[in-house]
Structures are given as structure tokens and as C-alpha cells.
Design a protein around this ligand. Structure first.
Ligand code: TYD
Ligand code: MG
Length: 452
């Protein structure tokens, strides 16, 4: 037996130290350093039996490399396929992170139940019966999904060798532990070791592995940052838990772009793919209400029509209140200052509340003009025509600035039945023969002139 070796790790950032100390010198957190035993025997291969099968890699000419291994598996979920860049690459490791209760287990179980490949879903968090109860609500008639409740990697690999699944799902990486390391499950060294074993397994057998990862209170994936470097793809599942929408985005993707976005709606029977999010984000109203304006925004590469609601009322207390949900509060203050200075609105003595419907957060600057329109509409208590929409940024001197991919926004607005879109005068567009009226404005005064 090798000599027991211990090292100290910061449980927050993963830095390694030779002795204990009260504060981590790297992330400055207190009391996060813990001793972990690293006791690594000669070999920690995922397949311990096969000592003969040692593969030594040789350099190859780039045009001799066979890319057929990069074939992708279609996982029959358009949103997930798109975020991955067109399906799951064989032998890839994908990490899915997100807040507790957001639906990570539901999403991956749903994929396991719907695809036609033989799938092994390993859970260290729930019992087989609990998973079965959930599965019954999602898709009760599935033949190719196997459930295993196990946390020891060596046992998992034994079952994998017997079952030979085509896809492996692990819920979650923080519950796994390997015999080669003695520290407890979820510690930095265990996470590193288990991920290394899974990577070896995935690459050698060309089996894609999906991992669920917990996140820390500040939103990062728990465990060492190196975990995100090791895997091929890092996905983030997010959304407001009180709202029904869930957004899946790629933070890192070795096989595709990180601009794509998947949108789901949580229902009683699992997650439903939302292929046209704009239709749901824009609320249906009986009459026209003041304070509403629609922005033609882009989330990643996808056009998204988003409704902005503003409420402007006389301040009851001395200091007026400004509050924004889903929109940067500093930017709201800036837009209010522009309206006050350039257009003479006395908003200094008014409370202003702003809300982006659907519980999503937007950082596309193209939403600015819709914010201006919603504020003006509420201030004047005058409804805007419901077939108007806006796509432009507002500059500090009250100029209306162009935004990227304006043609894509115009086409999306047209598709959804909008009749007029307001954009910057300086936007360059070459599309013709649209049924939508493209109204070009250059200053904040122009927009006031058009709307009031
Ligand atoms: P879960 O997938 O366990 O979240 P995570 O693994 O990210 O912690 O739970 C998702 C939540 O979704 C749970 O609180 C219950 C709810 N839910 C539904 O509304 N409908 C469903 O069909 C399922 C399975 C869950
Ligand atoms: Mg879960």
C-alpha cells in the first residue's frame, strides 16, 4: 500500500496548500481549507481489470484523422440538440449546472426516456422508486432506459460493462466517490478523480456522458473550476423558479457555438419544448393598456419579442422609487435622465417601475427604445397600438442608435404580425417588400412625436 498522502484544499476555489491555514490566500475566504487524503495506487483506470489494454497515442497527420467518431446522436429534443450544436457528440462529456429545483434531473430523465438509444441513468440522489414515480408522469412507456442508484464509480463501471449503454447520465457528479481517494463525496479531490475516470471511460468507449453539477450560492458550478475545463461542454439551466420558463444555454462548447439557446416550459408532465417563445412572452390582452411596449430582442442568435411594462406614478414619499425587474436598474436611471434632460419630462418626482414579462433578464441594448416607449405610454396614460414594436439603443445625448442584426428582428416581427417597427435611422437594411412598416427615428424627440 502506498504511503498515505494528504493535502489541503480550499473547498471554495479548489486551490491546493501544503499546510492548513485559516484563510485561503487565493480566494480570501475564511475557514474553507480542509485536509483531504489522496491515496492513489498505481492505476485508477475506469476499467481496472484490463491492464493489458494500454493505448499509446501516436501523432497523426491532421487529414488522416478519422472524424466519423464525432458522429452525433440525435436526442429527439430540438432545443437540447440545438444548444449542443446539432446533437450529442460520441465520447463527449457534458456538464449541466443549475439551481436546485430548476429541473436538471427532470430534463435529463426526460431525454433518457424519450430517446431510442439504450440509456443508463445513474442517480446518487434519488431512489429507483422516486425516479420511477417521476418517469411515470413524463413518459410511462419507455423500454430503453435503465435506472441505477449507486455512488461508487467502480460499481457504476462494472454495471456499465455488463449493460453496455449507448448514453450514460450521472445525477450528480457531487454524489460520486471513487475508492482510489479517501476523502468524502463532493470534495474537490473526489470530484476531480471521478470526472477523470468518466472522461477516460467516455473517450475510450465513445459513449457520451451527461453529468449534473450542483452550483454554489453565487451561481458557479460547485467544485474546482478545473471541472469546467475538463469537460467538453458546460450547459447552464436557468430561469426564475416562480415563472414557468427555463432557459438552457451553453457556457462552453467544444463542438458548437455558445450562442444558441433552448427554451422550455415546466408543466405537470415534465418540460415542454418552446419552439416559438415570442408567442408566449407577449401576453394576450382584451383591451389596449398603457405602459406596455414590445421589444424585438435577440437572445443568442434567436430573435425574441419581449414585452416591457412600465408604471409611472406620482411619488408619495420624498424620494421617488425606481425599480426594475429583468432590466438593469442603472440603465433605467440613465434612460429616465435622458427623458428628463432631452425631452423635458418631469420624471424626477415620479415613481417608475419597470418589468420584463416572462421572468427573463435581458441585456440586449435593443430593448432601450421599448423601455422609453413603455415609460412614455404610462406617463401619458395612453396605450400604444398593440402592433408596434421597437428595436434600438438609446444614447446619452438622446440619439437612437442602430443595433446588430436588425433585419432578423424585422423579419421576426413581421412573422408575428406586427405592423410597425421602430429602428434607428442609421441602421442599414437591404430587405424590401416587407408587409411591416419600418419607421426610422434618429432622436428621442422623433419617437415622442410618433407616439404622442
Ligand atoms: P428537479 O428536476 O428535481 O430539479 P433539480 O434536479 O434541478 O434539482 O425538480 C424540478 C421541479 O419541477 C420540482 O420542484 C417539481 C417540478 N416538476 C414539475 O412541475 N413537473 C414535472 O413533471 C416534474 C417531473 C417536476
Ligand atoms: Mg436533481
Amino acid at each position: 500500500m502506498a504511503k498515505i498522502k494528504t493535502t489541503f484544499f480550499c473547498q471554495n476555489c479548489g486551490s491546493q496548500f501544503s499546510k492548513w491555514q485559516g484563510q485561503c490566500t487565493s480566494c480570501k475566504e475564511w475557514n474553507t481549507i480542509a485536509e483531504e487524503v489522496i491515496q492513489k495506487p498505481e492505476k485508477s483506470n475506469w476499467k481496472t481489470q484490463s491492464s493489458t489494454d494500454i493505448r499509446i497515442s501516436k501523432p497523426l497527420k491532421i487529414n488522416e484523422i478519422d472524424t466519423s467518431q464525432e458522429a452525433r446522436l440525435d436526442i429527439l429534443d430540438n432545443e437540447f440538440n440545438r444548444v449542443l450544436g446539432g446533437g450529442m457528440v460520441k465520447g463527449s462529456l457534458t456538464l449541466l449546472g443549475g439551481e436546485p429545483g430548476i429541473g436538471k434531473s427532470t430534463l435529463l430523465l426526460q431525454i433518457a426516456l424519450n430517446i431510442n438509444y439504450k440509456t443508463l441513468y445513474v442517480s446518487g440522489e434519488e431512489s429507483q422508486r422516486q425516479i420511477k414515480m417521476r418517469a411515470e408522469r413524463i413518459n410511462p412507456s419507455c423500454e430503453s432506459c435503465y435506472i441505477l442508484t449507486e455512488t461508487k464509480t467502480q460499481n457504476i463501471f462494472k454495471q456499465i460493462e455488463r449493460l453496455k449503454p449507448e448514453i450514460v447520465i450521472i445525477d450528480s457528479i457531487q454524489t460520486l466517490h471513487s475508492d482510489f481517494i479517501e476523502s468524502s463525496a463532493g470534495s474537490i479531490s473526489q470530484i476531480k478523480e471521478c470526472t477523470t475516470e468518466l472522461i477516460k471511460f467516455a473517450k475510450e468507449t465513445a459513449t457520451p456522458v451527461l453529468l449534473i453539477g450542483h452550483i454554489t450560492k453565487d451561481g458557479h458550478i460547485a467544485g474546482p473550476k478545473i471541472l469546467e475545463h475538463m469537460v467538453d461542454t458546460v450547459l447552464q439551466f436557468e430561469g426564475d423558479r416562480n415563472h414557468v420558463f427555463r432557459v438552457l444555454r451553453a457556457n462552453k462548447n467544444r463542438f458548437g457555438s455558445t450562442n444558441e439557446l433552448g427554451i422550455y416550459e415546466m408543466q405537470g408532465s415534465g418540460l415542454r419544448e418552446v419552439s416559438n417563445p415570442s408567442e408566449i412572452l407577449i401576453s394576450e390582452k382584451d383591451g389596449e393598456l398603457s405602459g406596455n411596449a414590445v421589444a424585438a430582442t435577440l437572445e443568442g442568435l434567436r430573435p425574441l419579442m419581449i414585452e416591457v411594462q412600465a408604471l409611472v406614478s406620482t411619488a408619495v414619499y420624498g424620494t421617488p422609487q425606481r425599480s426594475a425587474t429583468g432590466f438593469n436598474a442603472k440603465r433605467l436611471n440613465m434612460i429616465l435622465a435622458i427623458l428628463e434632460k432631452r425631452a423635458g419630462f418631469r420624471l424626477g418626482a415620479k415613481d417608475v417601475f419597470l418589468n420584463i414579462t416572462g421572468g427573463i433578464t435581458v441585456d440586449d441594448p435593443a430593448i432601450d427604445l421599448a423601455v422609453v416607449a413603455a415609460i412614455l405610454s404610462s406617463n401619458e396614460d395612453m396605450a400604444l397600438p398593440s402592433d408596434f414594436c421597437f428595436a434600438a439603443e438609446v444614447g446619452l445625448s438622446g440619439e437612437i442608435r442602430p443595433v446588430q442584426r436588425v433585419e432578423q428582428r424585422i423579419l421576426e416581427a413581421e412573422k408575428l404580425g406586427f405592423k410597425t417597427i421602430f429602428i434607428s435611422k442609421y441602421s442599414k437594411i437591404s430587405i424590401k417588400n416587407t408587409s411591416i412598416v419600418v419607421q426610422k427615428v434618429s432622436k428621442i424627440e422623433d419617437i415622442i412625436h410618433h407616439l404622442i
